[in-house]
Ligand binder design. Structure first.
Ligand SMILES: CC(C)(COP(=O)(O)OP(=O)(O)OC[C@H]1O[C@@H](n2cnc3c(N)ncnc32)[C@H](O)[C@@H]1OP(=O)(O)O)[C@@H](O)C(=O)NCCC(=O)NCCS
Length: 113
């Protein structure tokens, strides 16, 4: 018997400020952001335990950052997973801005924390 595998789908959900990854139509994970002018500030990535360790976070972030490029925006990697991903994927270096104390204060204000 062969197991059916389907390609995960990544979508941007603007009103929730996040990208989601769907497997067989089920949401398996998300990466959340807020926009600060032309910067898309990524602050949290999570994949549900049931889907962990399959490389889904990597697919999700790859597609999200590709969408940032297509949108003509820039990346600010507050999320440690996104920061780690960028260290391995130099093709996004030209789009990446540093995480500054000012950006972190701004994010805390926007998130009300
Ligand atoms: C981190 C997380 C999103 C990874 O999801 P996943 O689909 O299992 O990840 P992938 O299979 O694509 O990648 C695994 C990689 O994530 C890395 N990773 C795991 N937890 C991490 C963390 N907290 N910060 C940075 N990287 C992390 C692993 O070291 C591994 O790296 P490698 O590819 O170099 O070996 C998932 O474990 C999760 O939801 N964790 C809880 C929330 C969290 O800590 N989010 C990250 C900070 S916001």
């Amino acid at each position: 018997m062969t197991e059916q595998t389907t390609t995960p789908v990544v979508r941007r959900v603007d009103d929730r400020h996040r990208y989601e990854i769907l497997v067989d139509g089920e949401r398996a994970g998300l990466t959340a952001y807020r926009d600060r002018g032309e910067q898309r500030v990524f602050f949290h990535t999570e994949v549900d335990d049931a889907f962990a360790g399959q490389g889904l976070a990597s697919i999700l972030v790859q597609e999200a950052l590709t969408d940032v490029r297509a949108s003509g925006m820039r990346i600010v990697p507050v999320c440690p997973y996104v920061a780690k991903f960028l260290k391995k994927h130099e093709e996004f270096a030209d789009l990446t801005d540093p995480v500054t104390p000012e950006a972190l204060r701004w994010l805390d204000g926007v998130l009300g924390r």
